[in-house]
Design a binder for this molecule. Structure first.
Ligand code: AMP
Length: 417
């Protein structure tokens, strides 16, 4: 029987994983520059946490979660996103008591049972951050800067930033009613999915990708034009800060995003280097969410960015990747005594920070040389009976082919890196 990966999941193989490690290193560096600390939460949680925070009516909760009952008959769910778990951890561990503003980030796998296609997987990876404890518009903009700085550090220049304000508990209910009335008027022109959303989740109709929905709703009023004074001033300050930073952005009054918890700012970063799944990152403010899942009222803002899509853009635009680490030294050993010597000396050299490879397959000298070449080793040392007896051997510099004689007892490599 041949086993295969589950649909929508992928192996990240040697040769590909180096780009991942590079991206992860850049993410960590940028997060540290902004003084965010890493948090690692379990990949599964009580189902209720996600239902409550993301919203029962969202696609994620209603159609896409990997939910199952464990052997104790508890309903658990593989995390479909990072915010709910980070906030659960913030509340459970009283992180807010240690510091009035908590800035945390994460990198890890997420799970959604979506229809797999290019740029859409069932196990995918996100990096993201949350800032909890302040309602300053500066933090909203910091959340946009974080992924954009990661992209800039990876040599990706081509992206666009869309922002919107989705209002708050004061202004949204009144707008929702206005919108519902408008949508009722054009209901017969809407897709079945959008029609179904009018009653409970009318804002989502606005970011429907369906062309018919778009034209039927082209005239409807937008939330950004019905904001209360506090939301208006917050949104203006976000835009002023972006302008002060010289960051180009577009106000997209239809940007709603698929999670229910946003208040005030919502944003999305897209790339034309991607196909129909063009969103690289998204985020926004969620001032009611901590309280909604059982914490003290705490304003918060966050973002999440897809790693697979970022790597796709890097591949397409030939952006910076990390060179593979290759062996500094390959020891070619010709008999049992030399293989033992190579094994022990190799380990000592690794202790000194060298990457050392030896032959484990008792191959011929020719085959070992070929292997050293294939692995792009910087140096090759050839050791056999004669070398062990004389105490010296030839060290070959693979870059220029030059050879030197070295003393085995005190052997070390020339400075390579
Ligand atoms: P979301 O949590 O839905 O706001 O998504 C944030 C980012 O995660 C998106 O902009 C994508 O880059 C990425 N993402 C979301 N869903 C998937 C998926 N099914 N496969 C791959 N990447 C995804």
């Amino acid at each position: 029987m041949k086993f295969r990966t589950i649909r929508g999941t992928k192996d990240i193989l040697p040769g590909d994983v180096e780009a991942w490690q590079h991206v992860e290193a850049v993410v960590r560096r940028v997060m540290q520059d902004f003084n965010y600390q890493e948090i690692r939460t379990p990949i599964f949680e009580q189902t209720g946490l996600f239902a409550r925070s993301i919203g029962e009516l969202t696609d994620i909760v209603s159609k896409e979660m990997y939910t199952f009952r464990d052997r104790s008959d508890e309903s658990v769910t593989l995390r479909p996103e990072g915010t709910a778990a980070a906030l659960r951890a913030y509340i459970q561990n009283n992180l807010g008591e240690q510091s009035s503003l908590v800035k945390i980030y994460y990198i890890g796998p997420m799970f959604r049972q979506e229809r797999p296609q290019a740029g859409r997987l069932r196990q995918f990876h996100q990096f993201g951050a949350e800032a909890l404890g302040a309602d300053s518009p500066q933090l909203d903009v910091e959340m946009m800067l974080l992924p954009l700085e990661v992209y800039r550090n990876l040599g990706i220049e081509e992206f666009s930033l869309k922002i919107n304000s989705v209002g708050c508990e004061i202004c949204r209910p009144a707008y929702k009613e206005i919108l519902q009335k408008e949508l009722e008027n054009v209901a017969d022109r809407l897709s079945q999915e959008s029609r179904g959303r009018i009653a409970q989740n009318p804002l989502r109709v606005l970011d429907s990708k369906d062309e018919g929905d778009r034209s039927a709703t082209s005239h409807v009023p937008l939330m950004k034009d019905h904001l209360c004074p506090s939301c208006t001033s917050h949104f203006e300050r976000v835009q002023q800060l972006l302008t002060a930073l010289g960051l180009p952005f577009v106000v997209d009054g239809r940007l709603v995003r698929g999670l229910d918890y946003y208040t005030k700012t919502a944003f999305e970063v897209t790339s034309t280097a991607l196909g129909s799944q063009d969103a690289l990152a998204g985020g926004g403010r969620y001032d009611l969410l901590v309280e909604e899942i059982g914490g003290k009222p705490t304003p918060g803002v966050g973002f999440a960015a897809g790693m697979e899509r970022l790597l796709m853009v890097m591949e397409k635009t030939a952006s910076a990747t990390q060179p593979l680490r290759v062996p500094d030294l390959y020891i070619v050993a010709l008999d049992d005594a030399s293989r033992r010597w190579a094994f022990v000396r190799g380990q000592e050299l690794r202790r000194h920070g060298r990457c050392v490879e030896i032959d484990y397959l008792q191959r011929s000298i020719k085959a070992q040389m070929r292997e050293a070449n294939r692995q792009k080793a910087s140096y090759v040392l050839v050791v056999g009976e004669t070398e062990l007896q004389s105490g010296s051997a030839r060290l070959k510099n693979m870059a220029d082919g030059s050879e030197t004689t070295v003393t085995l007892a005190s052997f070390d490599l020339p400075a390579i890196r």
